[in-house]
Design a protein around this ligand. Sequence first.
Ligand SMILES: Nc1ncnc2c1ncn2[C@@H]1O[C@H](COP(=O)(O)OP(=O)(O)O)[C@@H](O)[C@H]1O
Ligand SMILES: [Mg+2]
Length: 241
Amino acid sequence: MLSVSGIAKSFGGVHALSGASLQCDAGEIVGLIGPNGAGKSTLVNVVTGFLKPDAGKVALGGREIAGLGPQRISDAGIARTFQNLRVFRELSVRQNVEVAYLRCRQLRPDKAQSVNVDALLAEFALGGLADAPAGSLPYGTQRGMEIARALATAPDILMLDEPAAGLNEEETERLGRKITAIRDRTGAGIVVIDHDLRFINSICTRLFVMDQGRPIAVGQPDTVWRDPKVIEVYVGPGTTM
Ligand SMILES: Nc1ncnc2c1ncn2[C@@H]1O[C@H](COP(=O)(O)OP(=O)(O)O)[C@@H](O)[C@H]1O
Ligand SMILES: [Mg+2]
């Protein structure tokens, strides 16, 4: 479904990505992990059109989409959330979600049939807050709203950049169950970036580990955690998963 390969991206002299790759099939939840600065967010920015790659391929369902802008890529079926929130603060919660839904209804009417804005608001416990300005809500609630907004585009691929950051243990477990339920309900492929490795392990069936802009390991979690390179650059010796 999503197939990303050979991505290079430099900022001035900084090679943020050199040969980065990622795959995600429909109905699969994959983890994209690695130390700070590994290039995870840059890779998501490239895949979702917020950055243009210097080289490499991004294919969605066999269609080459590298270099398209963010709106076109969203229209093609890839939705995301941001490591640093990007919500329309002045708009109400419902409007934030509706803007995404209306665009989808216009451009992908068949897909939009599966989306129900009220049900999405309810799923993220936003029903009672629907008319509140999004910027007035607590941080964690805004994060939930961002996921609801992404889902309002009826994505085939959903990319979540550190969705559990700032959540406590109970909230993180609830988020994990929600992500799995979203996958079950929509059949979308979901890419999750996070540093909470227990959280990642509890929902992902395949992991892509990056360091310094390249992949260093790919596979099922139990294999990846035993990989000497992963232990060296990321997990540290003596850690049990
Ligand atoms: N807009 C930018 N301008 C300059 N350097 C950037 C920019 N975005 C990311 N970088 C650099 O690219 C590298 C990868 O960053 P990032 O993708 O944010 O890593 P991660 O998400 O894995 O922590 C880092 O060295 C970071 O400083
Ligand atoms: Mg990041």
